[in-house]
Write a protein that binds this ligand. Structure first.
Ligand SMILES: [Fe+2]
Ligand SMILES: [Fe+2]
Length: 237
């Protein structure tokens, strides 16, 4: 039995491993249980790593409701190949047309998101923003808190958060995902982190392509805001 008030996020694939028995790979996949739904946000770069880490986590794809693909880069879509084996016909939410035919051809059911989309009372896919590539994010919210899941943040993490604030009239408290800051200066990291905090963000799990410099900067300067990551980690909120 799972606790329906709890939100559970399992990091299935990440650039690093949190547990020794999980494989790391450059990419991202999060498994989420929230409000009676279970779903995947991205699928990592490789069907084999994806499958083996799902098995280690004891996550059965037959029980998931849908998959959200943040953007159509290979390090987020590689696991779709394995999903076709386990769950033909599964609903896949994508941010643009680029992979629609592929997803259809392999026997899955693509749905292209154009605007803010309510999946259930507490789960939303945000309006896809231009990167390149075009990218969508996911919001889980109740009256107390709002959690934002991001893939690579190609449109810019501050732009994504500003758009969420515009749509929901409040800031997300928690951000989990890739911030795409692995190739920017510490000065720029500082500016971005300070802006996120000033908007209202209280906790950041800077995983995947966020960069070591970003992780170190937040961990050192804002330890109360920093959240650790890595494949095999469970975040309960
Ligand atoms: Fe990525
Ligand atoms: Fe990407």
């Amino acid at each position: 039995m799972r606790d329906e008030d709890k939100i559970k996020i399992f990091i299935v694939v990440d650039n690093t491993s949190y547990r020794n028995d999980f494989e790391s790979a450059w990419g991202l996949s999060l498994y989420v249980e929230a409000y009676k739904h279970s779903f995947l946000f991205d699928t990592g770069p490789d069907p084999g790593v994806f499958r083996r880490n799902l098995e280690r986590a004891d996550i059965d794809l037959r029980s998931i409701d849908f998959v959200v693909i943040s953007h159509c880069h290979k390090d987020h879509t590689g696991g779709l190949e394995y999903i076709t084996e386990r769950r033909p016909g599964l609903q896949i939410y994508i941010p643009d047309e680029s992979r629609r035919h592929y997803i259809q051809e392999v026997g899955l059911r693509p749905s292209v998101i154009k605007d803010l989309t309510k999946i259930s009372e507490n789960i939303f896919i945000t309006k896809p923003l231009e990167g390149p590539p075009i990218e969508q994010s996911l919001v889980i919210k109740n009256d107390d808190k709002m959690i934002l899941l991001v893939g690579c943040s190609h449109p810019g993490i501050t732009n994504i958060v500003r758009e969420v604030v515009y749509m929901f009239k409040k800031s997300p408290e928690i951000i989990i995902g890739g911030l795409h800051l692995f190739n920017v200066s510490t000065e720029r990291v500082k500016e971005i982190v300070e802006e996120l905090i000033s908007i209202g963000v209280k906790k950041i799990f800077p995983i995947h392509c966020s960069g070591e410099k970003t992780r170190e900067y937040i961990k050192t300067n804002y330890p109360e805001i920093y959240g650790d990551g890595g494949a095999g980690m469970i975040i309960e909120l």
